[in-house]
Design a protein around this ligand. Sequence first.
Ligand SMILES: Cc1cc2nc3c(=O)[nH]c(=O)nc-3n(C[C@H](O)[C@H](O)[C@H](O)COP(=O)(O)OP(=O)(O)OC[C@H]3O[C@@H](n4cnc5c(N)ncnc54)[C@H](O)[C@@H]3O)c2cc1C
Length: 447
Amino acid sequence: MIGIIGAGISGLSLAYHLQKQDIPYILLEASEQPGGYIRTIRDNSTNSRTYILEQGPNSIMVDQEIQQIIEELGIDEDLLPSNDISQNRYIFKEGKYRRLPAKPSKLLFNRFFSFSSKLAIFKERRRPKKDIENETLSQFFERRFSKEIVDYALNPFVAGIYAGDPAQLLIHKTFAQLYEYEQTYGSVIKGLVKNKSIERRHTSSFKQGMQTLPKGFAQKLDHLRLGVSVENIQKTGDGYTIQANDEQTFQVTQLVIATSAPAAKQFLNDSFPEFSQALGKIYYPPMIAVHSAYKRAAVKHPLDGFGGLNPKVEGLYTAGSIWSSSTFNGRCPEDEVLFTTFVGGTQSPQHTTNSKQITLGKVHQELSEHYQISASPLYQNLCKWEQAIPQYDINILDAHRIADELEQEQLFVCANWKDGISLPDCIKKGKKLATKLAEKYSQKVLE
Ligand SMILES: Cc1cc2nc3c(=O)[nH]c(=O)nc-3n(C[C@H](O)[C@H](O)[C@H](O)COP(=O)(O)OP(=O)(O)OC[C@H]3O[C@@H](n4cnc5c(N)ncnc54)[C@H](O)[C@@H]3O)c2cc1C
């Protein structure tokens, strides 16, 4: 039997795909609900006005493979594609939000970037190819494009996706495809043109929020055990003994770690001290998500996009906001608008140390200034993640190396600190690992 520890989206997807192939498994989850970081709050405490708030992920990029899984789970009717307007992305530059062209090709004909950056984009095809060990995203983009592109395009997007700092994240661990394009075609732009995907992908959520997704997986599973917190792992003759709260034990032949690195560090410490130590080096910056609703009439900005990102060089308190009510319908009452604003991350962890009241005040102050809001918020909500998103920087390399080696010992990883952090990455790696484990299982049965 395969033991999976952690029923976030990665562990759920793995368990679901194992079950589909009749492979025996048990999925152990410490909390009383599955989904990990995926957490939707439906708040109707304010004069029976309803807000649907995402404290973790706000959306998922749905391609054909993910769409098929959503259909298999029977939750496709609940899917909520983003509004067309959300294709517009705004970046804060020189005191106001400016629209970034949706297509990279349009960057050359738009006034967002200076002439010298446009020239740098144009000349990228001819820049010499290099292969630099452990190059960071900033180094890569500055070498191939320009510092302005690093500051005003790369920086805010990396903060938006990873809560990270491009000066620390590694290109081959985060945007490996761009690294490959340089190696294969000698140019990122050439690679993008040659590999232009025609596959349709759509940013989506669910009518009742993102938590529909883990619930959809969980309701299909026969062997999900909630409220089981793994405390220790012991190696046995042909597998592992999992020790959990209330003196529960589980014997498994293969073990899959689907928890965060700090959680795994604890329960692997006895049997795998070197791995445990490497896991402890992975940095998870703190991050706060603040929800603010205002009367629509009090907000002058049209909010005609997905949201506004704040580059570090602009020195704002917040990292940016998703314009949740523009992106998805039904997030707040019709006559209001809802912002989901992020504070903290690797670039400004110090902003997360203020009290709740101060944070809410600062967020309101910044929103009202830059979106020309003339009234107080009707509603505010705050959620703090002490350890938000694992950083794929130089400190993660040891954990990745050891994880690969431990597959020999029937110990596997299926979690967001390896092979991608996005929800589609997590779902697809669960499916891929299920196929690999199923092959091993059928080989063993034949023996
Ligand atoms: C604020 C925020 C916003 C994000 N926004 C997006 C977005 O919009 N789109 C997107 O694609 N991605 C987004 N992400 C990333 C994405 O949400 C995560 O990478 C993904 O949900 C991680 O899933 P996971 O299953 O790997 O880990 P987790 O969600 O961390 O799940 C691990 C599970 O293990 C359990 N566990 C821990 N310890 C134990 C133990 N000892 N015993 C048993 N169980 C244990 C935990 O309770 C948890 O349920 C966001 C992340 C954050 C934090």
